[in-house]
Structure formats: structure tokens, C-alpha cells
Ligand binder design. Structure first.
Ligand code: MN
Length: 235
């Protein structure tokens, strides 16, 4: 067993929990356009285009309170989102059975390079550079279901340097969390450690180095980050 790997296995990415331990992360799924008003502000018709999925990477879910503004973008925007963490998974999970797979909930920011995303959309390219860049998903702690229940509603608010930028409610989701799990499990095999960012309400906007962000979802938790300048390559 000692010689099974030719290099040391990479460390497991993890999110701190309100209980004190850490939740190990396997995959990060994200839902696009899951709130009608946000779909409209992005120029889409929520009645004609249903939500959809993309991914981020486990190592970029960071909770140390610091977000380095990526040098490759001039339009990084905040998206406040409910984060769902799974303790088990499988395929063909029905919405009715979905909640039994949830370990807990938290609050995350789906940071987005809007300029790079626009170029990707225009050219039919994947969103990886716009969505899955270094430290692109700041988050707060995860709280177990025993503490949060399964929130179906709850006020969402994001303040940037004290000013309210995003306001919404979990009840405005087009796909509920059980519906998201059902749909994801038709395409992917879900498993313990999977985390889902469930989409953002209206009010997304640009950030600048020096901004401080405070996001909250009533009954779920908070996320707080400072936007700092990204360190460039060593000289
Ligand atoms: Mn998002």
C-alpha cells in the first residue's frame, strides 16, 4: 500500500464546519440562472431558458476571509449563493429522497470574471477561466442540518463595503435544492463530499481591491471577505 502512488497523494480540500471539524470536498457543482431576476439582469428570459450547471474546483472553496482579485480580469463580480454539502449520493435521486443526502448548508460567493465570461459566451468557449479561477469561491462555515433544518426560504443579503448590493430570498429559486439534486443525479454520480452552489439573486456587480464583502442568508450563516490585490509572479 505504501508504494501505491508514485507521488504523495494531494491533500483533501475541506471547509470548516460550525461543529469544529472540517467537511472534505470532492466536487463543486454550480447552478446558473436559478433566480428569475438575475437571469433577466443578465439578459436572459427565465421562462424560456431553464437553469444549468457548471463546476468549480474543491481547492478554490476558501474560508480564510481573503479574496485575491485575479490579474487576468477587469470586471470581477460577486454572486451570493446558498451552499449545500452532501453526506451521500448516487444516481437517479428523486427530489423526494434528496434531503436525506444533505449534510448541511452554508453561504458562499461564486466570484465571476464577467468580462472573461462574456468573451467565452461570444466565442462558444467553456467558462473555466471566468468561473473556476484561483480562490474563486470564498465561503463561510458549513452548518449541519441539525442546526439549520432544510431552508426553503430565508432572506439573502450581500453588502459591499457597507452598501447593500444583493437582496433576495431562497424562496425565489427556480429549481429548489431537492430539484437541483434530482437533476444533477441524472447527469452525474453524486457522492459524499459534493458541494453545490445553488445560484444567485439579482444585484450582481463589480468589485475593487479594498472592498469588504459581508453576505448572509437568514437561518443559514454568513460569509465575509476582503478583496486584496493578487500577488504577481516572482521577479
Ligand atoms: Mn452563480
Amino acid at each position: 500500500m505504501k508504494d501505491q502512488y508514485v507521488i504523495p497523494p494531494p491533500p483533501v480540500a475541506a471547509i470548516p464546519t460550525a461543529e469544529g471539524g472540517a467537511f472534505p470536498v470532492r466536487r463543486v457543482y454550480c447552478v446558473g440562472r436559478n433566480y428569475a431576476e438575475h437571469a433577466v439582469e443578465m439578459g436572459h428570459d427565465p421562462n424560456r431558458e431553464p437553469p444549468f450547471f457548471f463546476q468549480k474546483n474543491p481547492q478554490d472553496l476558501v474560508s480564510d476571509g481573503s479574496f485575491p482579485y485575479p490579474q487576468g480580469s477587469n470586471d470581477v463580480q460577486h454572486e451570493l449563493e446558498l451552499m449545500v454539502a452532501l453526506k451521500s449520493g448516487g444516481r437517479w435521486i428523486t427530489a423526494e429522497a434528496a434531503e436525506a443526502h444533505i449534510w448541511g448548508y452554508g453561504v458562499a460567493l461564486d466570484m465571476t470574471c464577467r468580462d472573461l465570461q462574456s468573451i467565452a459566451k461570444e466565442r462558444g468557449r467553456p467558462w473555466i477561466s471566468a468561473k473556476a479561477f484561483y480562490r474563486s469561491a470564498p465561503c463561510g462555515v458549513l452548518s449541519p442540518v441539525a442546526m439549520t433544518g432544510h431552508p426553503r426560504n430565508g432572506a439573502m443579503e450581500l453588502r459591499v463595503s457597507g452598501k447593500v448590493r444583493q437582496k433576495g430570498d431562497l424562496a425565489q429559486q427556480i429549481w429548489t435544492v431537492p430539484e437541483i439534486i434530482e437533476r444533477l443525479s441524472t447527469e452525474f454520480e453524486l457522492a459524499a463530499g459534493d458541494v453545490i452552489l445553488t445560484g444567485t439573486p439579482a444585484g450582481v456587480g463589480p468589485l475593487q481591491v479594498g472592498d469588504s464583502l459581508d453576505g448572509s442568508i437568514a437561518g443559514v450563516g454568513q460569509v465575509s471577505v476582503e478583496v486584496v490585490g493578487e500577488q504577481g509572479p516572482p521577479r
